[in-house]
Design a protein around this ligand. Structure first.
Ligand SMILES: C[S@@+](CC[C@H](N)C(=O)[O-])C[C@H]1O[C@@H](n2cnc3c(N)ncnc32)[C@H](O)[C@@H]1O
Length: 271
C-alpha cells in the first residue's frame, strides 16, 4: 500500500478547515446505529477488523476497544491525519490507502466495514471485489451507504429544503456521488457471491442540534458551488441555514442502508 495520488473525484475536500467537524457531526448521526449493528454481528475480543475510509475514526476506535489486545484493527483512508490517536494503540494500524486503486491484504480479516465511502467511487464493483478478497473465509462484509431521497422530509410544508437537497445532491452526483449508493451495495455484494441481507434506517434530526450542524456544514461546503452553478442564491442559502438552525424544525436524514454479507467457508469468527 504505497502513497496514492489525491482523489480528484471525491466531492468533499479533505483539507477544508471544517472537514473534521463535518465528519464528527456525521458520526453523531450514524454511529449509534452502526455500533449497535457491529455489536449484533458479534464483533468481540480477538477479531481482526478492517475499517475502510475511517474518516475521523469513531468506528475504528470502537472496534479497537471491542477486539481488545488479542485482536487487530487496520484503519485506512486517503487522509490519515485525523487518525493519529488510533495509530498510537499497539493493536491498531493506520494506513493511507486508496480503495479505488490499491490492493488490500488477502484473506486476512474477520470483518471489513466501510460507511459512506463506496457511494463516492467510480468503480464500485472492483472495490467490493477487493474487499471480498480481504475477507477470510467465513468473514463478514458490512457496507453502509445511502438513499438520499428522504432527506429533509418533515411535517413542515412538503417543499421544505427540497430545493437545497436537489441543488446540492445534483452537484454531488456530477462529482461521482451516487444518491442510491446503498442499493448498489446490496446488488454488488450479492453479485460477488456472498450470502447478503440489507436493511435501512433514517434518523429524525432536530434543528440546531449537533446532527443538524452536519447538514449546515454540508450546505456551507456546497454553497460556492451551488451559487456558481446558478442553482440558488446566497439569500436562499442563508434562509435555509436559518431553517436548519431552528430547534422547532425536525426532518428526516437520508436512509442509511446496511448491507451484511458473509463469505462462504471457514469457521465463525471468535466469540
Ligand atoms: C463521508 S466520509 C465517511 C467517513 C467515515 N467512514 C464515517 O462514516 O464516519 C468518506 C471518507 O472516505 C474517504 N475516502 C474517499 N475516497 C476514498 C478512497 N478512494 N479510498 C479510501 N478512502 C476514501 C474520505 O477521505 C473520507 O474520510
Amino acid at each position: 500500500m504505497t502513497s496514492p495520488p489525491a482523489q480528484q473525484d471525491y466531492v468533499f475536500d479533505p483539507v477544508w478547515e471544517k472537514e473534521t467537524e463535518r465528519l464528527r457531526t456525521n458520526e453523531a448521526i450514524w454511529d449509534p446505529g452502526t455500533l449497535e449493528r457491529l455489536a449484533a454481528l458479534g464483533v468481540g475480543p480477538g477479531w481482526n477488523c478492517l475499517e475502510i475510509g475511517a474518516g475521523s475514526g469513531s468506528v475504528a476506535s470502537w472496534l479497537a476497544a471491542r477486539v481488545g489486545p488479542a485482536g487487530r484493527v487496520l484503519a485506512t483512508d486517503l487522509q490519515t491525519e485525523r487518525l493519529g490517536a488510533l495509530a498510537a494503540l499497539p493493536h491498531v494500524d493506520v494506513v493511507r490507502h486508496d480503495l479505488r486503486a490499491e490492493e488490500l491484504p488477502h484473506a486476512a480479516f474477520d470483518l471489513v466495514h466501510s460507511r459512506m465511502v463506496l457511494q463516492h467511487l467510480p468503480d464500485r464493483a472492483a472495490a467490493v471485489a477487493r474487499m471480498v478478497r480481504a475477507l477470510r473465509p467465513g468473514g463478514v462484509l458490512f457496507l453502509e451507504d445511502t438513499d438520499s431521497s428522504t432527506l429533509f422530509r418533515s411535517f413542515l410544508p412538503e417543499d421544505f429544503l427540497q430545493d437545497v437537497r436537489a441543488a446540492g445532491y445534483g452537484l454531488m452526483r456530477e462529482s461521482g456521488h451516487d444518491p442510491r449508493g446503498g442499493h448498489v451495495d446490496l446488488q454488488l455484494v450479492l453479485a460477488a457471491g456472498l450470502d447478503a441481507t440489507a436493511e435501512g434506517r433514517a434518523v429524525m434530526v432536530r434543528g440546531g442540534s449537533e446532527q443538524a450542524r452536519h447538514y449546515m456544514l454540508w450546505l456551507e461546503f456546497m454553497r460556492p458551488r451551488i451559487v456558481a452553478a446558478g442553482l440558488l442564491d446566497d439569500t436562499r442559502i442563508d434562509a435555509a441555514l436559518a431553517e436548519m438552525a431552528d430547534p422547532a424544525h425536525h426532518w428526516l436524514s437520508q436512509v442509511l442502508i446496511s448491507t451484511v454479507g458473509r463469505k462462504a467457508g471457514g469457521a465463525e469468527p471468535p466469540r
